[in-house]
Design a binder for this molecule. Structure first.
Ligand code: DGJ
Length: 719
């Protein structure tokens, strides 16, 4: 990992573990994108580039004395100068999707960014490049940031705008980055979309000479679309091979990622906080910083990109506790009892759940205020004394006495109409005064853009966690934002609510995580409605989905692991969903109240959980290889390998009822080729044999599945 600047050629070179990224400053001060892809030896590789037709026609054009010639050259210059600009301000002869659009105090809306200096700094963890750009007329500055990390090919990018004009400026669009790709006409865009109980579905589209926008405008990053993209230039990247670009936004609110192929076959992706209903007044001396947009290039296809993101998350995003603690096997009150919970019933369940091998007793919605259904109670965060007469302590003590951890559910961003809070603080509720207020799940959204609201949330959550021995804290969010008014703010500032809301949520999450680093935090929003790298910074785990149907979950998980480390989806339940038909034998882990599970079934379930617990560390610490896709095959197969290659785990499961299905041999990856691996159900084989011959797996009965644990044989190698 290194970032350098060649003074003579005015070229920036960013080298990651296996890739290169280059930009150059032209004679006129434009910052041009030159390369993102495979490694480059040095700045000399770009001599050719600056010698090219385009460069010859844009660099250093002086008046020739011949007016006709000069006009022609000036036209060419207008046209070519703005092509491949690393980060464009809107204006002039640029018609692509810009990085930034502003209005200056005098009404001027042209932003032309010229190189103004740079700084390269390094610390133990990363190398940072800051390029300072300035508008060619106004004292308006934009800093472009690039951060790279040892051992990774991820490039983090973000921008900061600073108003030194002495007058107000309005930001109308501030994208975190513009990514440029090699010229091509065969690009394929892969993206993820979904719905409640059907998150992270993968789709692919060819890029035509048009723009494709992925987005959410709901105020949360969304079930409907995930702030992630992947692009392969010949539409041929496979799971483990082929050149692939991928990127993700660290943002939990409305966002936009636009992919565009233009008529010169130039391909760009621009993304950031959504600029729909966005206007940010920037007073003199003020700054605005965008969220991070991480990008990666790999020659190892989708699997390679995923492992980059997973390792990046583990090393630079997730809270340390999530790496230390393996996700617990959870009993949750939700799917069985929804709001109908009380101390007596939960205390009865605890020993049965513990006997089945569950490690965490989680009390979901319904424990507070008047919360007997989803019309009421949110906002009044006091324990419901009818359900829990002596508070939560007796149940917590019972869980602990049975060797279980204890978890609690909250939904801090919401208020129900029947509450004290609703009556006392109407000014805290997001709405347009005088207009109808839309409800979602019968509730309203509190304005987390307001510091007062954030402080209130930090206050009661701190009390809850301080006064109760809580190990697991599920933060839920169950509706989108509508009528985004903020009456206390000046009209010109009201649109900042979308962004400040998200920053406010981050502030509360950060305060909780800082104060209680060893409380395991779960991010939930009607299942996986707000899962993104932004919130991952403060959460140890997510509610992947509310869907309990195993076939659906397998597909949801396949999509999730494209971007997110698999173990972060780990604290969830596997039970039947309401109204689901009884699941085929062997698929539903437990479908009933633990009190009603017979002893023989309990023992069976305990064995399954114990078997899982023995290999859980491999999922937690290992690298993921997806071996067979539920999108293509009638079975799914995953492999996890510990970084030191001492252990691996293969999970393979049939998805269709079939009898005696002989699978193509599963060719394993990432193992030590020279070592011998012992496995359950299979004779020992070498790492190289497992890679080239593969593992012989046969489904003998319908919907069979296997968990194969591979262990390196000590002191034994094939040669
Ligand atoms: C939605 C979540 O996704 C569920 O898991 C559950 O916690 C309910 N909310 C509770 O209201």
């Amino acid at each position: 990992m290194r970032i350098s600047y060649d003074e003579g050629r005015r070229i920036f070179l960013i080298r990651t573990e296996n890739t290169g990224y280059a930009m150059g400053v032209t004679a006129l001060g434009y910052l041009k994108h030159l390369h993102w892809g495979g490694p480059v030896a040095g700045p000399a590789d770009f001599l050719l580039q600056s010698d090219s037709y385009l460069e010859k026609n844009i660099v250093g054009i002086d008046g020739s004395g011949d007016p006709d010639q000069d006009i022609k050259k000036a036209e060419k210059r207008n046209f070519f100068q703005r092509l491949d600009e690393e980060y464009s301000g809107w204006g002039g002869y640029f018609y692509g999707d810009p990085g930034m659009k502003v209005t200056f105090a005098d009404g001027c809306r042209g932003l032309l960014l010229i190189y103004h200096g740079h700084e390269i700094t390094e610390d133990a963890d990363s190398c940072l490049l800051r390029i300072l750009m300035k508008d060619n007329v106004y004292n308006f500055y934009v800093e472009l940031f690039y951060r790279v990390y040892p051992g990774l090919d991820i490039i983090d990018r973000w921008v900061r705008a600073a108003n030194e004009t002495g007058q107000d400026v309005t930001l109308e669009s501030v994208m975190s980055a513009m990514w440029h790709f090699p010229r091509g006409d065969d690009y394929r865009l892969t993206h993820m979309h979904g719905k409640w109980s059907g998150e992270f579905q993968l789709s692919q589209v060819k890029l035509t000479q048009s723009a494709v926008t992925l987005e959410t405008k709901t105020g949360i990053s969304g079930h409907h679309s995930c702030p992630w993209f992947a692009l392969d230039w010949q539409s041929n990247a496979t799971e483990e091979e082929g050149a692939l670009y991928a990127g993700t936004l660290h943002w939990s609110g409305s966002w936009r990622i636009t992919a565009q192929r233009d008529y010169l076959e130039r391909v760009r992706v621009t993304g950031g906080v959504h600029d729909f209903d966005f206007a940010w007044p920037l007073a003199p001396g003020e700054e605005f910083t965008s969220p991070v947009f991480s990008g990666v290039f790999t020659q190892q296809g989708f699997g390679g990109a995923s492992r980059q993101f997973h390792n990046y998350m583990k090393r630079h995003v997730l809270p340390p506790y999530s790496l230390e603690k393996e996700p617990a096997i959870m009993y949750s009150s939700w799917n069985l009892y929804t709001f109908n919970i009380d101390e007596k019933q939960e205390k009865e369940i605890v020993p049965h759940a513990a006997a089945m091998g569950m490690e965490l007793h989680h009390v979901d919605d319904g424990w507070f205020s008047t919360r007997d259904n989803d019309y009421q109670g949110l906002g009044d965060w006091r324990i419901n004394k009818k359900k829990f007469p002596d508070g939560l302590k007796p149940l917590i003590d019972c869980a602990k006495a049975n060797g279980m951890e204890f978890g609690i559910w909250v939904e801090p961003e919401m208020v129900s109409p029947d509450t004290q809070l609703f009556k006392e603080r109407p000014d805290w509720i997001i709405h347009f005064p005088g207009k109808q207020m839309s409800t979602g799940r019968n509730q309203y959204v509190l304005n987390f853009a307001m510091k007062e609201v954030q402080d209130w949330a930090i206050g009661w959550i701190t009390d809850l966690l301080e006064n109760n021995e809580i190990d697991f804290f599920k933060w839920d969010m169950n509706r989108y934002i509508s009528e985004p008014g903020w009456a206390a703010e000046a009209a010109a500032r009201q649109k900042t609510i979308w962004t400040l809301y998200v920053r406010g949520v981050y502030r509360v999450f950060a305060a909780i995580k800082e104060r209680f680093p060893r409380v395991y935090v779960q991010n939930c929003a009607s299942g996986g409605g707000r899962i993104d790298m932004g919130l991952m910074r403060y959460c140890d785990t997510v509610t992947l989905t509310d869907c309990g149907n195993p076939w659906d979950r397998i597909k949801i998980l396949w999509g999730y692991t494209q971007l997110f480390a698999p173990f972060t989806s780990g604290t969830s339940w596997a039970s039947r969903m309401w109204g689901d038909p009884a699941l085929p034998r062997g698929l539903s882990i437990w479908e009933n109240d633990p009190r009603k599970v017979g002893e023989a079934d309990k023992a069976k379930i305990r064995k399954m959980y114990n078997d899982y617990a023995k290999v859980r560390h491999i999922i937690h610490k290992g690298d993921l290889y997806r071996l067979a896709s539920p999108y293509k095959d009638e079975y799914v197969a995953y492999e996890f390998v510990l970084p030191d290659q001492s252990e691996a785990l293969v999970h393979v499961a049939g998805l269709k009822p079939t009898y005696q299905r002989y699978l193509p041999f599963l060719r394993l990856r990432g193992l030590d080729p020279g070592a011998i691996y012992e496995m359950n159900g299979h004779p020992p084989m070498s790492g190289s044999g497992l890679a080239s011959l593969g593992l012989d797996v046969t489904f003998e009965k319908e919907l069979d599945s296997y968990l194969i644990h591979l262990r390196k044989k000590q002191g034994c190698s094939i040669c």
